[in-house]
Design a protein around this ligand. Structure first.
Ligand code: SAH
Length: 250
């Protein structure tokens, strides 16, 4: 009997933000390949029969290369195992989920995808920031800040309106904020960083866009964090105060 692969979104990190389907598949799993952003504290109880393999890091802190993960998924399924690939957030939002699905399909392995709650929406929400709000923002754009945003992307975002959400954006925060202002976005535009949203370690940092890098450095905000830019940030509890204080001290 050939095995199968289920690509599961584990949500933003809180155990009770996993889906019922995710828990059911984990319960039946023979092997689980998991990432460091997925909720893992209770993984041994959720997947009682499974071998648990951390592919997010290795001794020496190197991630397992994507090709190797693809190979492991296919090899395990070929040997007849029920394989779960557990990822943080949603598997198809910057999770390289599509590459894993392709690898399975190319190998003729049955593969299913279980959506998860993406941090792009849930981390802002946990800080009281809705990505859309009637009268303030009627759209949101989710973009990766893993590599510095191009001038074209910065120019487009600066004039797009709505809410901008940047994932993997801590390393390029200064480039993004300065670039948006250079392309015409007001430095007074409200911006917020939500670190480890939806977890007990959640921290929030709110400042005008022109000062978000400084505010973030002062607060020591670190990855994983979501950057939110737009008027909706004003709706976070205490935001107006933070935005005023920083403008005055500028
Ligand atoms: N597939 C994931 C995103 C993977 S990219 C999802 O849908 O959420 C990894 C980035 O996600 C991190 O750099 C960070 O920007 C964001 N992220 C993931 N979990 C987060 C959390 N709990 N709080 C804030 N940001 C988070």
């Amino acid at each position: 009997m050939p095995g199968s692969v289920a690509l599961i979104g584990g949500g933003p990190g809180a155990a009770d933000l996993m889906t019922v389907r995710a828990l059911r598949l984990l319960d039946q799993a023979d092997v689980v390949y998991y990432d460091r952003l997925a909720p893992t504290d209770e993984l041994a109880a959720w997947a009682p029969r499974a071998r648990l393999v951390d592919v997010g890091k290795r001794p020496g802190h190197h991630r397992v290369p994507q090709e190797e993960i693809n190979r492991l998924l296919v090899a395990s399924a070929r040997s007849g195992l029920r394989v779960v690939r557990l990822k943080g957030g949603d598997p198809f939002v910057f999770g390289r989920g599509s590459e894993e699905v392709s690898a399975c399909r190319d190998a003729g392995i049955e593969v299913s995808v279980v959506p998860g709650i993406t941090s792009a929406v849930s981390a802002p929400a946990a800080a009281g920031i809705p990505v859309t709000a009637r009268g303030l923002s009627t759209s949101f754009t989710v973009i990766t800040g893993h590599d510095p945003l191009s001038e074209r992307a910065l120019a487009a975002l600066a004039h797009l309106g709505g809410t901008t959400v940047v994932l993997m954006g801590m390393g390029t925060l200064g480039h993004t904020a300065a670039g948006l202002v250079r392309h015409g976005m007001s430095p007074e535009t409200p911006a917020g960083l939500v670190e480890r949203g939806c977890t007990p370690d959640q921290r929030v940092c709110i400042a005008p866009l022109g000062r978000i890098l400084l505010a973030s450095a002062m607060a020591g905000i670190a990855s994983p964090a979501v950057l939110v830019i737009g008027e909706v940030v004003r709706l976070a509890p205490g935001a107006e105060q933070r935005l005023r204080d920083l403008v005055q001290s500028a």
